[in-house]
Design a protein around this ligand. Structure first.
Ligand code: ADP
Length: 552
């Protein structure tokens, strides 16, 4: 027997329609690329997104065509975001921090027809243009007044592109499984792979991520998505904002400590989200200036493990609740969040911090399990670690154009329909998951695994440390041994090798102790703002450990 409820296909146009119907004058504030602060609202964004759809239709863009952006978080990017997806085309957000050759490779692989780009990226795109084989039109996200001279063929200023277009475009009206967005993984192993989100997967994901224990954004909130829209859907915030009617504050190109803290204070931001490296800079700025983070009450931190110093600074020094999130591009991206269970809410502070440093519990709609190399399920005892597998309506089953396919139908899943995250983790009886490493970063010493993330977390808390990373280097007897790479904090007394090792003593197992400590001026950061282990491994590939010399 079938239910007797209405068909209401879950397409993303419903989100912006809802915002326009209920919160037309709620603001979207942007630090514009041209400089000044710009203000608009959901009503205006709705109209201009309709104009974007019209302008694209005029360029013969049809359902399924890929339309790319190389853009920061701004109101114009938001208009393009909805204007493209709502007409049934596919919004391909390109990460501008990738290597230029990768950007060209991705745009060609995606077959992008139109590219919307910020002024910042014009020199880059001009250089790449001879190798961009499918792009017919370049739309520069600015107005005529700021439109620069350019060698790009068929380039037009965004404001001219949409000017005078009607605002009556018919959005939606297609199947909810239609592709809505395309986002490539950063390709730390092999070529980047395209994750193709559907309207339905994005809608379900946004609804689940905004539950009370998760982002909990409501109509009274002012939300600053620092996580870029090109980094896995800005963790759904560009959908959650208009769904909830929250004011959005878009940081544009300036993601440094002073710029971010200034927006938090002047715009009354209550909730924000970014990777840890952003917060390390922002917290340093707050410490140095003695300023406070205004009305901020919640911060979502994810994309990499939160260093304990960052967690404690927010929670203890500033009274801001930290929500630790874990996920990946293939999961739309959020998989777990760090809200504590009721029975832990009043635990002693150190116990709460220990739990919050774990990556959190599965949000509704995500199933998780850990397995050994033979695929056998492992116990949820908080100690045993294994490969972390996930399943759910917002988890990828295949990559665009069947890249990396493992099965004849093009999918990349295990036989039971689970997706291998490439992470190694523990699960405890209360459902808290803890990443111990990425499978490719795990250090294999004498047949046992050492977690680089654990050691890094402790090392980052040592005095005088700006950033710390742990990688495995070759060892004749043990296969691999960990070394600790430290970037000292500018202006502080540089820590010594002995002080670093003494700091770790008693916090980690003896055999996890790094065999050496190396100091570098800068630890390389990758395209999504995380420590670039691949680069570090290259830097240290010929490194000979003192302990290795002794063993030979
Ligand atoms: P990239 O491969 O470019 O880093 P993603 O953003 O998809 O792309 O990265 C996903 C990976 O980031 C996860 O598989 C995991 O290894 C790591 N990660 C994400 N969030 C966390 C977290 N809170 N703690 C530890 N690692 C995390």
């Amino acid at each position: 027997m079938q239910g007797l409820m209405q068909d209401w296909s879950m397409t993303l146009d419903k989100i912006l329609d809802h915002a326009r119907a209920n919160y037309p004058d709620v603001e979207i504030v942007t630090r514009s690329i041209e400089g000044p602060i710009h203000r608009t609202n959901y009503g205006r964004v709705w109209e201009r997104a309709k104009q974007v759809s019209h302008a694209l239709a005029d360029k013969r863009v049809v359902q399924g065509d890929r339309i790319a952006t190389l853009a920061w978080n701004t109101w114009r990017h938001l208009e393009v975001w909805f204007g493209v997806s709502n007409m049934g085309a596919v919004l391909h957000t390109i990460n501008p921090r990738l290597f230029p050759e990768q950007i060209a490779w991705i745009a060609n692989h995606a077959g992008d027809k139109v590219l919307f780009l910020d002024l910042t990226f014009l020199p880059l795109v001009e250089k790449l243009a001879p190798n961009l084989h499918t792009i017919e039109t370049y739309v520069i996200l600015t107005d005529r007044e700021h439109m620069p001279q350019t060698s790009l063929k068929n380039a037009i200023a965004y404001e001219d592109f949409i000017a005078g277009r009607p605002t009556d475009y018919r959005w939606g009206d297609f199947d909810e499984n239609t592709a809505a967005g395309l986002c490539y993984t950063s390709g730390t192993t092999g070529d980047p792979k395209g994750v193709l989100y559907s309207h339905r997967s994005n809608m379900i994901h946004a609804m689940c991520v905004n539950q009370k224990d998760c982002f909990a954004v409501g109509v009274e909130d002012v939300v600053l998505p620092i996580v870029p829209m090109f980094h896995a859907n800005a963790w759904a915030i560009a959908f959650i904002g208009p769904m909830a009617g929250a004011k959005l504050v878009m940081p544009g190109a300036k993601l440094d400590g002073p710029s971010v803290c200034d927006l938090i204070e002047t715009e009354g931001v209550t909730m924000t989200a970014a990777v840890p490296t952003v917060w390390m800079m922002a917290l340093q700025y707050l410490r140095e200036t003695g300023k406070r983070p205004g009305k901020l009450r919640r911060v979502a931190i994810g994309g990499a493990a939160i260093p304990e110093t960052v967690l404690r600074a927010f929670e203890e020094d500033y009274g801001v609740e930290v929500v630790h999130a874990w996920g990946m591009t293939e999961m739309s991206p959020v998989g777990t969040l760090g809200a504590l269970q009721a029975k832990h809410a009043n635990a002693p502070i150190d116990e709460r911090m220990r739990l919050k440093l774990k990556q959190g519990r599965a949000l509704f709609s995500v199933e998780m399990k850990i397995v050994d190399d033979a695929g056998k399920e492992l116990p949820h005892d908080g100690k045993t670690f294994g490969r972390l597998l996930v399943r759910g309506p917002s988890v990828a089953k295949a990559y665009f154009r069947n890249e990396g396919a493992r099965r004849p139908d093009g999918t990349v899943l295990e036989a039971d329909g689970f997706f291998d995250t490439g992470d190694v983790a523990t699960l405890d009886p209360d459902g808290y998951m803890q990443i111990t490493d990425r499978a490719k970063d795990v250090i294999k010493s004498g047949g046992e695994w050492i977690s680089s993330i654990d050691i890094e977390n402790f090392a980052m808390g040592a005095p005088g440390v700006a950033c710390a990373a742990v990688i495995g280097v070759k060892h004749p007897k043990w296969d691999e041994r960990p070394i600790l790479i430290v970037e000292p904090r500018a202006g502080a007394d540089a820590p010594s090798r002995e002080a670093m090792l003494a700091h770790l003593e008693g916090k980690i197992a003896k055999w996890w102790m790094p065999d050496d400590v190396v100091f570098v001026a800068k630890i390389p950061i990758g395209a999504t703002g995380k420590i670039n282990k691949l680069e570090l491994r290259k830097m240290f590939q010929d490194y000979v450990l003192p302990s290795a010399q002794a063993a030979e």
